[in-house]
Design a protein around this ligand. Structure first.
Ligand SMILES: C[S@@+](CC[C@H](N)C(=O)[O-])C[C@H]1O[C@@H](n2cnc3c(N)ncnc32)[C@H](O)[C@@H]1O
Length: 447
């Protein structure tokens, strides 16, 4: 029968540690020394300096190790230089002294020591583990040790293998700590608050979120079809992009909408709770009918100063200036002109299990004459995430993805396209992102 509760008293131990006897007035020199940093004992509720019982004017400085030879080289040299007498001193150690690995090493059976899960992924205050079956009999002890030994952690959960098939969030079991699953997570200069038991979140996608957001220009309009709580949408809006963000999970929609407010991007990000297919069909009309505020590039401080200097010194009128600045004198510095934002630049579709299935919704999205005219210049990019079982050979993976995308679009992809391997999700299963320009024939197709 596996041990299910942690007996902290079992870690109480009397230990003999290395001590050096020095004059009381030298204590501060020793404690501040860089050479001894990390070697002197530093345990809660345990003194690192005690009276030397053999002399009232002397003190014993205590070290983490039993013998002089166990100290690092700089520490040994320092002690040699100061010509100190070494001795030993008994201290009482308790549970606080040991680290997570040492405690689990003492509690778990020998055969489980290799690969014992003292590490974890953290989202806000929640540490989440993915315990293999053989560790399950010890799950509460493992949870308790992780809770005890990591300051920021307030809740420890084990992710269960079942995932909500529709909205992709994980089922989880509380192992230790408070049953509080609403986390505040910081990523890409944004704060995300959400209930981890109700919505999808994966910190391992951070690099992918950053990668796509870096592709966007601040004056772009982004349509995030499967937005979750906003890890693409909010950093994009923070950058200046206009964003339509959608998620069918009412909980994701709720937190997405709140996060838009908390991150103060209400003027640039709009949230929706629709099926992805309906949302794709409506997006272009929405942006056209209700454009985003014009993007005004920020002027650098030095540029602003230059501008001011020219204005103060006076000048003739610039005929190209807008009405708001009609009486302004000519500036030698070009004033950035506002750009109208009525066209979509990028669609993001991160639902790798089935995003490709939604691509038929793009057929005819720009068929209305006014939209057709607006997009004559440049078609939006589509970034569609997907899984492939072709993991051995990238060319085969790309061929597999391209073929499935073309089938669903009902059209061949002839322009250049990009494939990005996001991560390997399981043995024999890779996640990719295919990026391509929406073919005109698809967008302008009559239904
Ligand atoms: C894999 S998650 C990605 C979330 C977010 N973009 C991210 O990168 O973390 C996919 C999201 O799609 C949402 N979803 C699932 N089916 C949907 C549908 N038919 N229409 C719109 N959203 C859907 C889920 O609720 C989930 O939040």
């Amino acid at each position: 029968m596996a041990q299910q509760t942690l007996n902290r008293d079992a870690f109480n131990k009397r230990a003999s540690v290395l001590a050096v006897s020095i004059p009381a007035e030298k204590v501060s020199l020793f404690l501040k020394s860089q050479e001894l940093k990390g070697s002197i004992i530093n345990i809660p509720k345990t003194k690192s300096v005690v009276r030397d019982p053999s002399s009232p004017d002397k003190r014993l400085v205590l070290f983490r190790v039993p013998e002089l030879a166990d100290l690092c080289e700089p520490a040994q040299s320092f002690l040699k230089l100061h010509d100190v007498a070494t001795t030993t001193h008994d201290i009482d150690l308790d549970y606080n002294f040991w680290n997570a690995d040492e405690i689990l090493g003492a509690v778990l059976p020998e055969e489980l020591l290799n690969g014992a899960p003292s590490g974890f992924a953290a989202t806000g205050h929640i540490a989440h583990l993915n315990l293999n079956d053989e560790y399950l009999p010890y799950k509460y002890i493992i949870g308790q040790v992780i809770l005890d030994k990591n300051k920021g952690v307030k809740t420890v959960v084990n992710k269960l293998n079942s995932i909500d098939t529709k909205f992709r969030f994980f089922k989880m079991e509380l192992l230790a700590g408070e049953p509080n699953y609403v986390v505040e997570h910081h990523e890409s200069s944004c704060v995300f608050t959400f209930d981890f038991t109700q919505v999808y979140w994966n910190s391992r996608l951070h690099t992918e979120h950053d990668r796509l957001v870096q592709l966007f220009s601040p004056d772009d309009v982004i349509v995030d079809v499967f937005a979750g709580v906003g890890p693409f949408a909010l950093p994009a809006a923070k950058k200046g992009c206009g964003v339509l963000a959608n998620d069918l999970n009412p909980e994701s929609y709720k937190w997405l909408s709140r996060n838009i407010g908390t991150n103060k991007v209400q003027h640039l990000a709009r949230s929706f709770e629709e099926d992805g297919r309906d949302f794709i069909k409506a997006a272009a009309g929405r942006v056209w009918g209700d454009p985003f505020p014009e993007f005004t590039p920020k002027i650098s401080k030095s540029q602003a100063k230059k501008e001011k200097r020219v204005l103060v010194s006076g000048g003739s009128r610039d005929p190209t200036l807008t009405s708001a600045s009609e009486s302004a004198p000519v500036s030698s510095v070009p004033v950035p002109q506002p750009k109208s934002r009525r066209q979509i630049s990028h669609f993001v579709m991160n639902l790798p299990d089935s995003a490709i299935e939604f691509l038929d919704a793009f057929r005819g999205i720009l068929v209305e004459p006014e939209l057709r005219g607006a997009y004559e210049g440049k078609m939006p990019m589509v970034h569609c995430h997907c899984f492939t079982r072709e993991v051995e050979d990238q060319t085969r993976a790309e061929r597999d993805i391209k073929q499935r995308v073309e089938e669903k679009l009902g059209h061949a992809l002839t322009d250049s396209m990009a494939f990005h391997l996001v991560r390997s999700v399981a043995p024999g299963k890779d996640m990719y992102c295919i990026s391509f320009r929406l073919p005109r024939d698809v967008a302008f197709a009559k239904q």
